[in-house]
Design a protein around this ligand. Structure first.
Ligand code: ASP
Length: 439
C-alpha cells in the first residue's frame, strides 16, 4: 500500500504539532509521501507564515527595509527546529531568499518559501528525500496548472523514490519561475502527488475530524459526514463548505483514489472518506447542507416569452458580455430569472439592465436582492420519496419564505433561495428535520 499524506498549516505550526505529525507518519509505514503546508497559526490571533511572507515581500517590492519582518519569519522556523532538537541551519536559505526578494522575484516565489522551508525541516526530521515541486509541478505561461505534463514529470521524478517530502502549494513555469496555486493550494499538491505515485489513499490531515453535515457556526455540534462522493462534495464545496480546496478532488477523482480527511489532534477519529462511488447509504437521506449569502435575482417578464426562440440566449449573452457568471436560471411561461452574485453584479447593474432591455425588449424587469442560496445535498435523495416535502414543510414551520427552488438534474441536490435574513433559520430547520429527529 502507498499513502500520500498532506498536513495543513495548523498541523505544522509548532514543534509540538510537528511531533504529532511525526507520530502519525511513523504509525503507518504506508505513509510514504508527505506534503507539508507552511506553518499556520499557533493560536487564534497568530499570523500564518504565508501571510508574513506576503507582507514582507510587499515591503521588498517598494524597496523598503524588511529585515525585521524576515527575522520574525526565521524565528518561526528556528522555534520548530530547536523544539525538534534538529541541528539544521536555515541561514544560507534565508540569505538566498533575502537576495531574491531584493531582486523582485515576485509574490508567488515569496509565498512559496513557506512550504519550501517547512519541507526542508520535515525531510530532515523524518530522514526522507526532499523533492522540490518546482522541478516537476508545471504551470502554463498563463498561470493555469498543466496537469498532463506535471503527471509525466512527477511520476518519473518519484519513480524510484521510496519515501519523500514534497512541499505543497507551488510549482513552476517552464522557465523555472515559481508559481503558486490559490490559497489553501497544498491540498491540490497532495492530490497531484497521489495521482503521480498511484497511491491507494490520499490522507488529508487538518484540525477537524472531517466534514460536518452543517456549518458548526450555525448548527450546534452538527454530526460528522462519514462518507461522501466526489460529486456530493463538489456541490457542498461550491456552496462554501470549507475544509478541502475546491480543486483538490480533480487529480484523484479520475484515478478513483479516495481522500480521507483526518484530524492531527485526534488521530483515532476515522474522519470523512471522499470516494467515487459507494453503495453505503448516508445515515440521514441527506449528506450535507451548505449555503452562501449575497445573491441577487434579476426577474424578466415578457408576454409569450416561451415562444420566442433565442430569448434565454440573448439574456445570458448580456451577462456574458459583462463577465458575470450566473448561478441559476429558473423560468416560468412568461418569466425568466437569472441569479447572480450580488457584489459582482452591483458594479455593472445599470449596464446589464439596459443591455437586457435592448436585447429582448421585456415588458417588465425587477431585481430582488439580499438572497441566500442553500444546497441540500444527498445521493440518497433520488431514491427516497418525500425529501422535498420534508424540506419545505420544515421551512414553513420555521416561518421561512422560499423564494426560489431548483433541483439539479442529477437529483443529487435541491437548491433553495431564501432571504439573507432567513439563512440561519432555514439551515437549522433543514438540519433538524433530517438529523435531529433521528437522534
Ligand atoms: N500556505 C498556503 C496558504 O496559507 C497554502 C496552504 O496552506 O495550503 O494558503
Amino acid at each position: 500500500m502507498k499513502k500520500v499524506v498532506k498536513f495543513g498549516g495548523s498541523s505544522l505550526a509548532s514543534a509540538e504539532q510537528f511531533k504529532k505529525v511525526g507520530d502519525i507518519i511513523h504509525a503507518d509505514e504506508d505513509r510514504k509521501y508527505v506534503v507539508p503546508s507552511a506553518p499556520g497559526k499557533r493560536f487564534g490571533a497568530d499570523t500564518k507564515v504565508t501571510d508574513m511572507l506576503y507582507g514582507c515581500y510587499a515591503l521588498a517590492e517598494k524597496n523598503l527595509d524588511f529585515k525585521k519582518e524576515i527575522e520574525q519569519i526565521k524565528a518561526r522556523y528556528q522555534e520548530i527546529i530547536d523544539g525538534l532538537g534538529l541541528t539544521l541551519d536555515l541561514t544560507p536559505e534565508f540569505e538566498k531568499i533575502v537576495d531574491n526578494f531584493k531582486n523582485k522575484a515576485g509574490s508567488h516565489y515569496a509565498a512559496s518559501r513557506g512550504e519550501y522551508l517547512n519541507g526542508i525541516i520535515m525531510a530532515n526530521y523524518l530522514g526522507y528525500e526532499f523533492v522540490d515541486p518546482a522541478e516537476a509541478i508545471r504551470f502554463h505561461e498563463d498561470g493555469t496548472f498543466n496537469a498532463d505534463l506535471t503527471n509525466q514529470l512527477l511520476s518519473k521524478r518519484l519513480e524510484n523514490v521510496e519515501r519523500a517530502v514534497i512541499p505543497g502549494f507551488y510549482g513552476a513555469l517552464e522557465d523555472g519561475t515559481v508559481r503558486t496555486f490559490s490559497r489553501g493550494g497544498s491540498d491540490i499538491t497532495g492530490s497531484i502527488v497521489a495521482k503521480a505515485v498511484k497511491a491507494d489513499v490520499y490522507e488529508n490531515w487538518t484540525d477537524v475530524s472531517g466534514f460536518l453535515i452543517a456549518d458548526p457556526r450555525i448548527v450546534d455540534h452538527p454530526e460528522g459526514i462519514e462518507i461522501i462522493t466526489y460529486s456530493e462534495l463538489r456541490e457542498l464545496a461550491y456552496m462554501g463548505a470549507g475544509v478541502l480546496h475546491e480543486d483538490a478532488i480533480f487529480p484523484v477523482r479520475k484515478e478513483g483514489i479516495p481522500i480521507n480527511i483526518r484530524n492531527t489532534n485526534a488521530p483515532m477519529d476515522e474522519g470523512t472518506w471522499i470516494v467515487g462511488h459507494t453503495c453505503q447509504k448516508s445515515k440521514y437521506v441527506i449528506t450535507g447542507i451548505a449555503g452562501k449569502k449575497g445573491f441577487a435575482s434579476i426577474n424578466i417578464e415578457k408576454d409569450q416569452m416561451n415562444s420566442e426562440v433565442g430569448f434565454g440566449r440573448k439574456v445570458l449573452q448580456v451577462f456574458e458580455e459583462y463577465g458575470i457568471s450566473f448561478e441559476h436560471m429558473p423560468s416560468g411561461i412568461d418569466t425568466l430569472s437569472v441569479m447572480v452574485e450580488q457584489k459582482e453584479f452591483e458594479a455593472k447593474e445599470q449596464n446589464i439592465l439596459s443591455g437586457i432591455n435592448k436585447a429582448v425588449k421585456p415588458d417588465h424587469i425587477d431585481i430582488q436582492s439580499d438572497l441566500a442560496l442553500i444546497a441540500v445535498v444527498g445521493r440518497g435523495m433520488k431514491a427516497t420519496r418525500g425529501t422535498a416535502g420534508r424540506i419545505f414543510s420544515a421551512l414553513a414551520h420555521a416561518n421561512v419564505n422560499v423564494r426560489m427552488i431548483d433541483q439539479g438534474s442529477s437529483e443529487l441536490n435541491i437548491i433553495i433561495g431564501v432571504s439573507n435574513d432567513d439563512f440561519e433559520a432555514a439551515i437549522k430547520a433543514i438540519y433538524a428535520i433530517f438529523v435531529e429527529i433521528c437522534l
